[in-house]
Design a protein around this ligand. Structure first.
Ligand code: UP2
Ligand code: SAH
Length: 278
């Protein structure tokens, strides 16, 4: 395929020859499948000289960077932040001040639960140009990878992306606003507090039988999908032990899930039929 020299290529070429000042590029790496990168993200990664990445960026994607690129891991795990967010913000600015095009690679989309907003503001306040390249967020990537439409004319008129982790631990969304059965709920970072969130949703009017999909490592080769119901969510998590990263999709659209879409599934054919028939 022949691609004309884009304004991006021109900018990067200018940067390599010192004609452009340093900048920060907040780049979404998508949910893991390398083929879900945008063309723009791919171009930036392949030409990167300095790349600062989060934990959920897949190894396959990092492998696309030039062998001599400086790749800095600033990933956090729950309970362990090797580098604080304020230090990451400062690192990006310091690197850009040396005149580098700094590729800040983040899982999914930089502006969906990714602290992209904080990093952008920090760079802008320091007078560093900041460009944003969107990525496929976990919700849309995982939904596509297991055939669950997030909206559907007959089942869901809207969709909500919600963090399963509040600033002080337990999630504290406006539960009342989540009761509409025709709204699909997608919880990011929702495993630790899944029991509290299912109890709250039921207490605020969601049907205890609402189907739930837990998608572990969505879009990756070892993706695993677990299907359960709201009232059974905590028990399912305790039994199946889904690991990070996992996403929760809650709503009637989950009945459209077909095991054939995913690499592996713990859903038995009879359970699948029961959900589809209901
Ligand atoms: O206030 C909010 O709405 C949520 C704030 C938020 C947290 N982490 C707090 C959190 C956000 C969203 C945001 O700031 O916009 C994040 C973002 C986040 N979490 C990222 C994006 C990059 C980053 O900021 O580091 C990532 C992915 C990454 O590559 O590091 C995460 C990962 C994460 N954080 C997971 C995911 C996982 O699958 O392991 C989990 C646990 C999920 C679960 O199922 O329980 C967390 C938990 C989490 N998020 C904690 C906190 C508070 C804090 O960071 O201070 C708990 C951390 C802890 O217990 O130490
Ligand atoms: N910026 C990211 C989200 C970071 S918060 C995005 O737009 O996707 C981290 C949470 O994202 C995880 O706890 C999990 O809920 C979700 N997540 C990210 N990648 C995932 C994947 N491949 N499969 C399932 N969940 C994923």
């Amino acid at each position: 395929m022949t691609v004309a020299l884009s304004s991006l290529d021109k900018l990067l070429r200018g940067a390599m020859h010192g004609a452009e000042p340093g900048a920060v590029w907040l780049v979404g790496a998508g949910p893991g499948d390398v083929d879900l990168l945008t063309v723009k993200a791919l171009r930036l990664i392949e030409q990167a000289q300095v790349l600062v990445y989060d934990r959920l960026v897949s190894a396959e994607i990092l492998a696309l960077a030039p062998a001599d690129a400086l790749c800095i891991d600033v990933g956090k795990t729950p309970g362990f932040h090797g580098m604080k967010q304020s230090q990451i913000n400062q690192l990006l600015v310091d690197l850009a001040r040396t005149g580098q095009q700094v590729i800040r690679l983040k899982g999914g989309d930089p502006f969906i639960f990714g602290r992209g907003g904080e990093e952008m503001s920090w760079a802008q306040q320091a007078g560093i140009p900041c460009h944003v390249v969107p990525g496929i967020t976990a919700a849309t990537g995982c939904a596509a990878a297991c055939g669950i439409p997030l909206t559907h004319r007959a089942m869901a008129q809207s969709v909500r992306f919600i963090t399963g982790h509040g600033r002080d631990g337990k999630p504290q969304p406006d539960w009342q606003s989540l009761q509409d059965p025709r709204q699909t709920l997608v919880f990011y970072m929702g495993l630790t507090w899944c029991e509290a969130l299912s109890q709250q949703l039921i207490a605020h009017g969601r049907d205890a039988q609402t189907p739930v999909a837990i998608i572990e490592r969505g879009t990756r080769r070892d993706q695993r999908v677990m299907i359960t119901r709201l009232a059974e969510l905590a028990r399912c998590v305790a039994e199946q032990q889904p690991q990070s990263p996992s996403l929760l999709i809650i709503g009637d659209v989950v009945t459209l899930y077909r095991p054939a879409y995913s690499a592996t599934s713990t859903l038995t054919p009879s359970a699948s039929n029961a959900l589809i028939d209901s």
